[in-house]
Design a binder for this molecule. Structure first.
Ligand code: ZN
Length: 312
C-alpha cells in the first residue's frame, strides 16, 4: 500500500465585524475583505472546509476526504471530524461566552458535541487582555450578578503576552479581546452561549444572549487550569506539552536544526507559527498548516521552525 501524503491546507477565511487585516498581511491568506476574523486552517466542515493545496488530493476539501477516505484518519468513527484549528485576529472585543460539555450538548443541542478549546497567543498589543473565568463563589451569587448585570465585577480579566497558552474547558466563561492574534484548537462544535456583549448593537439591535443556558453550564466557582508543562531541551529541538486531556493533546516544538517526529495517531495537525524549513523534503513556512494522515510514517523536520501539533 502507498504511504499517504501529507495534506497541506489552504484555510477557509471568514469576514466578521470584529476582524482585521493581519491574516492577509502576516500569512498571505486569500481573504474576502479587511475584516477577516478567522482563518479555519484545519477544518473538515462541509460549508467551511480547508482545501488541499499540494499532491494528488490538490483542490479537494478536507470534509470530502473525511467522507470518502476515512482510512486517512485511521478509520475514526463519527459523523464529524473531531477537531477544528483556527487562527483568530480580533480587532475588537468578542462577546463573552461559554460552551456546554458533551453531555449537556447531546441532550439540549440535538446530539451536538460540547466544546473544549485552547489558545496559543501568536501576538498581541502591549495592553491586550483576555477574559477567562469569573468571580462568583456560588451558583446563587452567579445568578444574582448576572440578573443585576454586574459584568465588570463578574468577569475575570487577565493580562496577556505573546506566547501565553490557555486551556478553556467547556463551562469556562471566556472572551478573546481587541488586539489579540491567536491559534485556537477546539472540539469541532459551534454551540456557543453568549453571556454578555458589552451592550453593543448590530444593525440597530443587540445580539441575542443565552443567559439561562449560560447559567446551566458555567462551572461555579471557576476552576483555574494548570499551565503548560516544562520545556524539554533536546539535540536539535525543544519540546513542551501544552495540554493533554480526553479531547486532544496539544504540543509545541521548536526546531533549531532538525526533529524526527513519529506519527502513530489516527491523524495529527501541524501548524507552523514561525520560521522556515521543510518536512520530509516539502517546504514549510510561517502560516502553513497540514494534516499528517494515519500511517504516513515519521515526520522529519529541518530548518528553524516553531510548530504546534494536535492529535486525539
Ligand atoms: Zn469559545
Amino acid at each position: 500500500m502507498q504511504t499517504p501524503e501529507l495534506l497541506f491546507l489552504k484555510p477557509y477565511c471568514r469576514e466578521v465585524i470584529w476582524g482585521g487585516t493581519k491574516l492577509k498581511e502576516l500569512y498571505g491568506y486569500e481573504t474576502g475583505g479587511d475584516h477577516t476574523g478567522e482563518a479555519w486552517v484545519v477544518s473538515a466542515n462541509e460549508e467551511q472546509q480547508s482545501l488541499v493545496t499540494r499532491g494528488s488530493f490538490a483542490g479537494r476539501g478536507l470534509w470530502e476526504l473525511w467522507q470518502e477516505r476515512r482510512d486517512l484518519f485511521g478509520n475514526l468513527p463519527g459523523e464529524k471530524f473531531p477537531l477544528l484549528v483556527k487562527v483568530i485576529d480580533a480587532n475588537e472585543h468578542l462577546s463573552i461566552q461559554v460552551h456546554p460539555d458533551d453531555p449537556y450538548a447531546r441532550i439540549h443541542e440535538n446530539g451536538a458535541l460540547g466544546k473544549t478549546e485552547c489558545w496559543y497567543v501568536l501576538d498581541c498589543d502591549e495592553d491586550a487582555d483576555i477574559v477567562i473565568g469569573h468571580t462568583a463563589a456560588t451558583p446563587d451569587e452567579l445568578e444574582r450578578m448576572v440578573a443585576r448585570e454586574e459584568w465588570e465585577q463578574l468577569i475575570q480579566v487577565l493580562p496577556l503576552a505573546k506566547g501565553d497558552f490557555f486551556f478553556v474547558p467547556a463551562g469556562t466563561v471566556h472572551a478573546i479581546r481587541k488586539g489579540t492574534l491567536l491559534l485556537e484548537i477546539q472540539q469541532n462544535s459551534d454551540v456557543t452561549y453568549r453571556l454578555y456583549d458589552y451592550d453593543r448593537l448590530q444593525d440597530g439591535q443587540p445580539r441575542e444572549l443565552h443567559l439561562q443556558q449560560s447559567l446551566d453550564v458555567i462551572t461555579c466557582p471557576h476552576r483555574p487550569q494548570a499551565t503548560a508543562g516544562a520545556v524539554r531541551h533536546e539535540d536539535g529541538y525543544s519540546h513542551q506539552r501544552l495540554v493533554s486531556n480526553a479531547q486532544f493533546t496539544v504540543e509545541k516544538w521548536d526546531v533549531h536544526t532538525e526533529l524526527t517526529l513519529p506519527q502513530p495517531h489516527s491523524f495529527m495537525t501541524v501548524s507552523v507559527l514561525a520560521g522556515e524549513g521543510a518536512v520530509n523534503g516539502e517546504s514549510l513556512r510561517r502560516g502553513d498548516h497540514f494534516v499528517a494522515p494515519y500511517g504516513c510514517g515519521d515526520l522529519h523536520f529541518e530548518g528553524q521552525l516553531s510548530l504546534i501539533t494536535a492529535h486525539m
